[in-house]
Design a protein around this ligand. Structure first.
Ligand code: 5CA
Ligand code: ZN
Length: 415
């Protein structure tokens, strides 16, 4: 699947420090040490209602991480999926009387436009489930052949569904640290089927769903016709395009369990190695009107709606960057007003003919981004320089240009 055009990343003299981020599994901020090439996998959208500000916060956060890694001298290999066939997508298409492929294509196209507008660096591999079926089938067949997965006869179809046997998986639960009762509740709420008869364990995740009448299906080789379960798509793509262990598995905090826990143990079962990813990083949920912003709830502010209303995408990006990725927050109109004011102030100061020296501000932005993606601190450093420049002017003719490039390179904000 094609992704979107990546923004130009300007050079800035010097290099950023080693990147530190919060690892969900360890519950601590850790230093990333990826060597020359960092592998980044970020869970992509289920394209039935793209792109709300919660999604945008997640992709901008991992964009800042990718930029910090590049600034620290690493190459970044970035993989992202599109869950372009899954129960919620099929349900929405049925509700709206749309062909599900049309809905998925339309919303994915909108997402690409939103990412381009927000200056998010494109993934190197951007892959839909529907174009990765062969790879997934191969992996599920391998899991079954090794005894890690098993079949359950379908009651409403001729074939059988395939599940991973979670009891065999050492380390299951390490990422989320949830109790079994909590796991069961979250599993049921997030596409799991704990009540399904014939499973060895209620938490066993579905790998392959045999063909049901009225549902899309693909040739599954020895598995029979059907379609993949949710978690296996991310396992398969990460293992194939990054290899294990890769540097960072990312997504919103709603994915910690079951999705990331399951994708990880599936990857470990598939390769016989651990860990799946060195570090798991999660964006806190962005809310709106008192609840997590979500497609299923419908309390959305869409990036495209703001863009259509004439909002500068760089103001949207600044509104997102004003919140630390580990802090939950709720979108209000004030966020946008503050960001717009900030953007105008920065533009005025950074397009001036000279200003105070920018070295300290450049250093502060780099330090802040590498220090657990502390974007609010990075914005404060630019605010301080801009305020000083507008109040006092300055003799350093190169300063606005250097700082504008650093803001663009590190924060992805084009002045
Ligand atoms: N396709 C799956 C991942 S494989 C999925 O979760 N799709 S999604 O469209 O529901 O979400 C896309 C990304 O946005 C995920 O990383 C998800 O964790 C994140 N996300 C969803 N809602 C919010 C929110 N309110 N705040 C922050 N991030 C969110
Ligand atoms: Zn995923």
């Amino acid at each position: 699947m094609h992704s979107w055009p990546s923004p130009f990343i300007p050079d800035v003299p010097g290099r950023g420090p080693a990147v530190h981020v919060h690892d969900t599994g360890r519950g601590a901020v850790v230093r990333l040490d990826p060597g020359p090439v960092a592998g980044l996998y970020v869970c992509g959208i289920t394209p039935y209602d793209a792109t709300h500000l919660g999604h945008a916060a997640t992709y901008v956060t991992f964009d800042v991480l990718g930029r910090a890694l590049r600034d620290a001298g690493h190459e970044v290999r970035y993989v992202q999926n599109v869950t372009d066939v899954d129960d919620p997508l099929l349900a929405r298409a049925a509700r709206d009387g749309l062909d599900w492929t049309h809905l998925a294509d339309r919303e994915t196209a909108l997402f690409r436009e939103d990412m381009t507008a927000l200056a998010v660096i494109a993934p190197d591999h951007y892959l839909g489930v529907t174009e990765s079926i062969d790879l997934i089938v191969e992996d599920v067949e391998q899991l079954e052949a090794s005894g890690a997965a098993y079949r359950v006869k379908a009651l409403d179809a001729a074939g059988f569904d395939v599940y991973l046997d979670i009891a065999q998986r050492p380390g299951f639960g390490d990422l989320s640290g949830l109790t079994r009762a909590q796991m069961l509740a979250r599993f049921a709420e997030n596409g799991g089927d704990p009540e399904r008869d014939g499973k060895r364990d209620a938490l066993d995740p579905l790998l392959w769903r045999t063909e049901r009448s009225g549902e899309p299906s693909w040739d599954g080789g020895t598995l029979g016709a059907g379609r993949p379960g949710w978690h296996i798509e991310c396992t398969a793509l990460a293992v194939r395009y990054l290899g294990m262990p890769f540097t960072v598995q990312g997504g919103g905090s709603d994915l910690v369990f079951p999705h990331h826990e399951m994708s990880a143990v599936q990857g470990c079962a598939l390769t016989g190695t651990r860990p799946f990813a060195e570090v798991f990083v999660h964006q806190a949920m962005v809310g709106f009107d008192g609840a997590k912003m979500s497609k299923s709830r419908g309390n959305l502010v869409l990036v495209s709606a703001l863009r259509n209303a004439g909002v500068d995408p760089m103001a949207i990006r600044l509104a997102l960057l004003a919140h630390h990725y580990r802090t939950e927050w709720e979108w209000t109109d004030d966020d946008l007003a503050t960001a717009d004011h900030r953007l105008q102030t920065w533009r005025a100061a950074l397009s001036g003919n000279g200003g105070p020296p920018a070295e300290d501000a450049v250093e502060a932005i780099r330090q802040a981004a590498a220090d657990d993606l502390d974007t609010p601190a990075a914005l404060a450093a630019v605010d301080a320089w801009a305020a000083r420049s507008l109040a006092e002017g300055g003799e350093d003719l190169g300063a606005p240009g250097v700082l504008a490039r650093a803001v663009d390179r590190t924060l992805g904000v084009r002045i």
